[in-house]
Write a protein that binds this ligand. Structure first.
Ligand SMILES: Nc1nc2c(ncn2[C@@H]2O[C@H](COP(=O)(O)OP(=O)(O)O)[C@@H](O)[C@H]2O)c(=O)[nH]1
Ligand SMILES: [Mg+2]
Length: 302
């Protein structure tokens, strides 16, 4: 009989490599939001996979980038924190990108860790064949001593299963850190705020995405219904107009999409009330960032 194995695994890589998508796939449930925009993930998000034989605690991280603002510095702090004391790291790259200088720079974060790293070349479904990943694999293996490498598509269940097996095979014997039904460390209200932010990212263009913060103001829960009141912060009047849409059509679309997904994930009826407020340059203001609190975000129960 095989022993129960467990461990902590961080998912790292440049923005847009597909880290959050892969986390959701590995965990088998949506815990992190996904968008085709860089810097969608702002905090380290934990997702737990438990089987009869293993428990893997994954940590998804913001993309590795050169920080130029206070919010980006916080994001990179959480990347660095996720390097410490891991049983394994997954370094994810986008198979459709030709690696270059920015990759060389990003992969150097691995110099700061002793943990074993597996190179994952993601999005192979967008290639004609997997051999096309070979130049990238060669490029990255010249820069770091990876334990192993694997081309995958995060959208392919077989690939995800194979990756889970590869990870499990490298984990030490260990306890179950969390109950089997524990999937994430994110409070439901954080995920709710993130889902609203995801819908805005999907619906809006260019100038809006990075200017959005969503705060849950009030959360009322009974057996049949959760009432969620949230404020969407933007930086400028023009952005407010975009998020509202003509006659409120955009905010209605965002609200409906977010509510429907929350109902699926939480398994209960949701009432969602959204407001939009302008808070100039919130990304530059440490005090405002503290009230958002990137790690626990909606922990304010007052
Ligand atoms: N075709 C394809 N798209 C993917 C795959 N993984 C992620 N994506 C897309 O890539 C974009 C960025 O994904 P996301 O998980 O947010 O990347 P992150 O910034 O690394 O967390 C999204 O539009 C995803 O739908 C994949 O394996 N195949
Ligand atoms: Mg992400």
């Amino acid at each position: 009989m095989s022993e129960f194995v467990s461990g902590f695994v961080s998912i790292l890589g440049r923005p847009n490599a597909g880290k959050s998508t892969l986390l959701n796939a590995l965990v088998g449930s949506k815990v992190a939001i996904v968008a085709d925009k860089p810097q969608t993930t702002r905090t380290a998000i934990q997702g737990v996979y438990t089987s009869e034989h293993a428990q893997i605690v994954f940590v998804d991280t913001p993309g590795i980038h050169r920080p130029t603002s206070p919010i980006q510095k916080r994001m990179m702090d959480s990347v660095r924190a996720s390097l410490d004391e891991r049983d394994l790291l997954l370094y994810l790259v986008d198979a459709t990108n030709t690696p270059g200088e920015a990759d060389r720079e990003a992969v150097s974060v691995l110099n700061h860790t002793e943990s074993p790293v597996i190179l994952i070349v993601n999005k192979t479904d967008l290639l004609e064949n997997r051999e096309q990943t070979l130049p990238a694999i060669e490029f990255f293996r010249a820069l770091h001593k990876f334990e192993d490498f694997l081309p995958v598509s995060a959208l392919d269940e077989e690939d995800v299963t194979k990756l889970r097996e590869l990870i499990t095979a490298r984990l030490p014997e260990g306890p179950s850190y969390f109950p089997a039904d524990h999937i994430t460390d994110q409070p439901a209200r954080f995920l709710a705020a993130e889902l609203v932010r995801e819908k805005i990212l999907h619906e809006t263009r260019q100038e809006v995405p990075h200017s959005i913060a969503v705060v849950i103001d009030k959360w009322e829960e009974d057996d049949r219904l959760i009432r969620i009141y949230a404020t969407i912060y933007v930086e400028r009047d023009g952005q407010k107009a975009i998020v509202l849409g003509s006659g409120g059509s955009m905010i209605k679309k965002i609200g409906t999409a977010a509510r429907e997904e929350m109902e699926k994930i939480f398994g209960i009826r949701i009432f969602l009330d959204l407001h939009v407020k302008v808070q100039a340059n919130w990304r530059e203001k440490p005090a405002f960032l503290n009230t958002l609190d990137w790690r626990t975000m909606a922990g304010r129960d007052d």
